[in-house]
Write a protein that binds this ligand. Sequence first.
Ligand code: ZN
Length: 303
Amino acid sequence: MSFHMGGGTQSGSGEQVANVISFDLEHWYSATLLRDEVTDPADRIRTSVGIVLDMLAEHDTLATFFTVGEVAEEYPTLIGRIADAGHEVASHGHTHTPLFDLTRTAFAEELEASAEAIAAATGRRPIGFRAPNFSVTPRTQWAFDALVEAGYLYDSSVFPVKTPMYGVNGAPLHPYRVDPDAPFTDGSASANGLVEFPIATFHPRLRLPIAGGFYGRLLPTRLVEMGIRNLNQRGLPAMIYFHPWEFNPAVRTDEPPLHKRFISFHGLDQTRDVLDSLLATHEFGTCRQLFERYNRHERMFNR
Ligand SMILES: [Zn+2]
């Protein structure tokens, strides 16, 4: 297996997509830690998305925006602008409710509602999904069947490190086709199901999350870059994620208690430098491009 690193972005073909840069697009105050802590929050979504779109354009890089359906309903022009710039718009649920708090039926409704909202804003139904709070775990593994039934082609919700809030210990670290009977194992390379793109971790044994969000702000950028190189050297893509609001220090507020402020706002002044450095040193594209590449080269699943 070989990866074609460097050599410019081949927008559209996906042939050169080594890594994915993704953004979970929700209101900054939709985060679980902040939801009940802020009163009358300011709307920062247009500014935050604008910052990210400018940076991506500067680096000639396409990204995937996992967008909450309600946000697509509320800001169809903004979401249309993201799609018009060539980025992929995928689903982050309709109401940003973690799957732990949904029945399977309610989840199916979330998938359909978000797909309709995204299609209305972009003219294209999403093919991919990321669960709020990475809430696809053994407790909610019915999600995989629901995704297939709703017409989704890939999922990127498995966080293969157990953290206090989410994560699945021992889940595969590489893209795989999901076996509905054993969705967190790499059993059947030929299973014809949904494709899972797990979130990047630093090392197969030292499963340190490097993907972004709080960890991306906490860890030194050089460690994140080393993690991406490790994955690429093993022929694996790194799935990186941030939130657009993390690039907009104006979201900072004193209302939440200290520990929640730390997790939510730590490092907000450095995130632009972090993203700049990542985009300058590594090749990134969209999940859709990576999906198409794996689909074209089925052997890439055989690990
Ligand atoms: Zn989210």
